[in-house]
Design a protein around this ligand. Structure first.
Ligand SMILES: C[C@](O)(CO)[C@H](O)COP(=O)(O)OP(=O)(O)OC[C@H]1O[C@@H](n2ccc(N)nc2=O)[C@H](O)[C@@H]1O
Ligand SMILES: Nc1ncnc2c1ncn2[C@@H]1O[C@H](COP(=O)(O)OP(=O)(O)OP(=O)(O)O)[C@@H](O)[C@H]1O
Length: 289
């Protein structure tokens, strides 16, 4: 038996860091939403109990380091599953980009295997298991739009944000999330207004959503990689309504309300970046699988 599951990328419309925790993680407050750029995960039942990872992308680990492998292994151990699975990952989401590609692959694997292995777990249970793999995995299990707190694993659903286009531009550098959090000076953060962002979404107010984009990690990554600041400037120059770095970066996203402007921003960025995408916000939650 075989099945396909979509693994969409996320962007952080706002990302605040409230402080460092005794366990080494940071307490965060993030408004996250999925976009229509997705990896495709194919899951095929393997009778001998093994877990295989297959991918054409040279940046994707083909072994236990792959977050999709971790997801399968965790479910297999916890629920004493006898069968194995061959996981084929067709990558569309750039790797180490701040778009939660690996986390979304893990979340899609959890949702798919729940069906393939007849585990009958709820999204809540899958999200709890996902938190053991990584801080972004719980959100990726649900998808849609949410306020994420704790270290990112406490998820409160939000309505779909106002409709718009998202231009994603990924420079040809990878960023380590751990390095960015390690370099953050928590006493020097300019805090985004999370409440105002949540309110803008409830009110379906596009202008307020644009006005309240903010990311406490942005300054850290911009200092490490000045080319990210350059891409932000270009995105603004070509007419995006609002521009921000996603997650720990280096991907920059620009929001554009009117379709007539999308091509201009997209073409403008193609001159500076090897990977540029013009996509829609997805906004809605994932189906179970
Ligand atoms: C930057 C974001 O992607 C925004 O959505 C997330 O906060 C990070 O999520 P993630 O990549 O799934 O993070 P994890 O794999 O759990 O952690 C990677 C590393 O980032 C740091 N980390 C992560 C999340 C968090 N709330 N505080 C942290 O300090 C830790 O050093 C950790 O070792
Ligand atoms: N399925 C996967 N796809 C891509 N990278 C993976 C995967 N599994 C593990 N990795 C490893 O994870 C690292 C980070 O990749 P990923 O694309 O998930 O980063 P990210 O988008 O910055 O994540 P986040 O936004 O959650 O911090 C990669 O360098 C890669 O070695």
């Amino acid at each position: 038996m075989k099945m396909m599951v979509k693994a969409p990328a996320k962007i952080n419309l706002s990302l605040d860091v409230l402080g460092k925790r005794p366990d080494g993680f940071h307490e965060v407050e993030m408004v996250m939403t999925t976009v229509d750029l997705a990896d495709r995960i194919e899951l095929e039942l393997v009778k001998n109990g093994a877990i295989h990872i297959l991918s054409q992308d040279r940046f994707v680990p083909g072994d236990h380091r792959n977050l999709a492998y971790k997801a399968a292994d965790l479910l297999k151990e916890r629920f004493k599953v006898k069968e194995g699975v061959a996981i084929t990952i067709q990558k569309q989401i750039p790797v180490a980009a701040g778009l939660a590609g690996g986390s979304s692959d893990a979340a899609a694997t959890l949702r798919g295997l729940n069906t393939l292995w007849n585990l009958e777990l709820s999204l809540e249970e899958l999200a709890e298991i996902g938190a053991e793999i990584g801080s972004d995995v719980s959100f990726c299990v649900y998808g849609g739009t949410a306020l994420a707190t704790g270290r990112g694993e406490i998820i409160q659903e939000l309505p779909c944000p106002p409709k718009c286009w998202v231009i994603l531009a990924k420079p040809s550098i990878g960023v380590s999330t751990a390095d960015v959090y390690r370099s953050l000076k928590t006493d020097r953060i300019v805090h985004p207004d999370t409440k105002a962002m949540v309110q803008a979404i409830h009110d379906q107010n596009y202008k307020e959503m644009c006005a309240n984009l903010g990311n406490a990690l942005e300054d850290v990554t911009l200092k490490m990689h000045p080319e990210v600041a350059h891409i932000k400037d270009q995105m603004e120059r070509f007419g995006a309504d609002a521009v921000l770095m996603s997650g720990s970066g280096p991907t920059v996203f620009g929001l554009v309300e009117y379709e007539s402007k999308v091509q201009r921003v997209y073409n403008g960025l193609r001159g500076f970046c090897d990977q540029v995408f013009a996509v829609r916000l997805l906004g809605e939650r994932n189906p179970l699988a």
